[in-house]
Every structure is written in C-alpha cells, then in structure tokens.
Design a protein around this ligand. Structure first.
Ligand code: ADP
Ligand code: MG
Length: 251
C-alpha cells in the first residue's frame, strides 16, 4: 500500500476555537476514504487546508512524499491534488461538451476562454469525448449547462475536476442538495472512478458512504476518533457515543 496524502499533527485554530485538533491521517493510493462527523466537526476546515484555501496553524501536509503545507492551491492542483466541488465553476451558457473542453484545454495549456481557437485542437476534443463517453452525461453533451438538473451539474463539476487528471480528488459533500435518484446516480459515477483516482470523500449521506468507502474516518470536535472499515465504524460504541453526545445522527 502506498500513502499518497498524509497529514502530521495538523492544527487549525480560529479565534478561541480549535477546528482541527492534531489530525494525523493517511490516505492510501487507490482508496475511496470517507470522512464523516457531526456538523461543525471540522470536516470542511480539514479539506480547505488540504487544498490550500486555508493555511494550518501547526503541522504538515505531505502529498506524494512532498511537503505541500504552504503551497498555493493552484500549485497543489498542478501536482495532482484535485480541488473540491465548491471551487469549481461552470460556464452556464455553454454546453456540457464545451465546459469539458475548457477544462481539458486548461490542463493542456493554451488559450482558456477562446472557443474559436480551440476548435482546431483535435486532442482537446478527443479527450473531452473520451471523458464524457465514460459518464452518463455523455448522452447530454450538447445540452446547455443552465438547462441541466442539479444532479447533472454535480456530475459535470466532478468530470471537470477529472479533466485536470488529478491523482487525488477532495470532495466535500458531493451529494448535498441532490434527490434520492440523483444521489444514486452520483454513487454510480463515483464507483466508476474507483481505481483511476484516489478520493477523500466528506459526505453526510451514509448510504453513499457505506456503498463507496474502503476506509472511514470519524472526526469529532476536530479530532479523528476512529478510522476503520464500514463494519468497524458501524459497530463502534465510541462512534455511536460521539454522535449521541452531539444529539446528531450518524452523518
Ligand atoms: P464541518 O464541515 O464538519 O461541518 P467546519 O469545518 O465547517 O465543520 O467547521 C468547524 C468549526 O470551525 C465550526 O465550529 C465552525 O463554526 C468553525 N469555523 C469554520 N470556518 C471558520 C472561520 N473561517 N472562522 C471561524 N470559525 C470557523
Ligand atoms: Mg462542511
């Protein structure tokens, strides 16, 4: 097993509050690793430090063996540490296929926003269609993004992140706001990524977590109280107590 992402003694303090409290955590290459915990446990704060939107107060972040603790977000993306959902923005008045092409083009270099110049670049469109072909969205390639359902938009945001060919994807609640059927679609899309990209998945939807995760870590008051398989987490008295103590559901 290879560790691709690791934190060592990570601490993030906001005025009077320790949102990340000495978190040492490893992500194995190829895994889908879920991070769960009650509201306010510090899940998003941890993700923001991993992608570089927030600098830690203490500790280190290692990505593929390199210390990235103080690197800017764009430099981390360039190394293959993919951004979360919330950072991605889509071009609403363009088609699914055009949005994908912009993302592919961004990785290959060259003009970002000028479609006219881009139409000549065959490799951009080939890779765009290959990525779309593997997704249920392939059937919706010529639809304008503003006309997509919420679930389809989320799928496109995910595909756009993949266009950067990340080694690791950090996903902060990709099912948020989706209906039941849309969540099931998203679970299928994420399942299809297994083996091609390592994923750290923050998610409230426990059906999704149990369907997808190879490992689960439980964060409570900024600390990881347990890491284990789905069975170990579901059967843990400590985890149950932590959630009951918060009068919150297992999420
Ligand atoms: P989660 O994603 O697990 O719900 P967050 O990481 O969003 O939790 O928040 C963890 C704690 O840190 C919460 O108490 C939240 O209010 C606090 N917090 C998050 N961001 C900030 C910030 N920028 N400034 C001050 N406090 C913050
Ligand atoms: Mg959050």
């Amino acid at each position: 097993m290879t560790v691709i992402l690791e934190t060592q003694g990570l601490v993030k303090r906001f005025a009077g509050l320790t949102a990340t409290d000495n978190v040492s955590f490893t992500l194995e290459e190829g895994h889908i690793h879920a991070l769960i915990g009650p509201n306010g446990a510090g899940k998003s704060t941890l993700i923001h430090q991993l992608c570089g939107n927030l600098l830690p107060s203490e500790g280190r972040i290692l990505f593929a063996g390199q210390d990235v603790t103080r690197l800017a977000p764009a430099a981390r993306v360039a190394l293959g540490l993919g951004r979360t959902f919330q950072v991605t923005s889509l071009l609403g008045e363009f088609t699914v296929r055009q949005n994908m092409a912009v993302a592919v083009q961004a990785r290959l270099g060259g003009n970002l926003r000028i479609f006219d110049r881009m139409t000549g670049r065959r490799e951009v469109w080939e890779e765009t269609d290959e990525l779309l072909g593997k997704s249920p969205l392939g059937k919706r390639a010529d639809i304008i993004v503003d006309d997509l359902s919420q679930g389809e938009r989320k799928q496109l945001e995910l595909l756009v992140s993949l266009a950067g060919r990340p080694k690791v994807l950090l996903l902060d609640e990709p099912m948020a706001g989706l209906g039941h059927a849309e969540s099931l679609d998203m679970i299928e899309v994420l399942k299809g990524l297994r083996g091609t990209v390592t994923i750290l998945l923050v998610e409230h939807d426990m059906d999704a977590v149990f369907a997808l995760a190879d490992r689960i870590s439980v964060l409570v008051y900024g600390r990881i109280i347990m890491t284990g398989s789905a069975e170990e987490i579901a059967g843990s008295a400590d985890v149950r107590e932590a959630y009951l103590g918060n009068e919150d559901e297992l999420c």
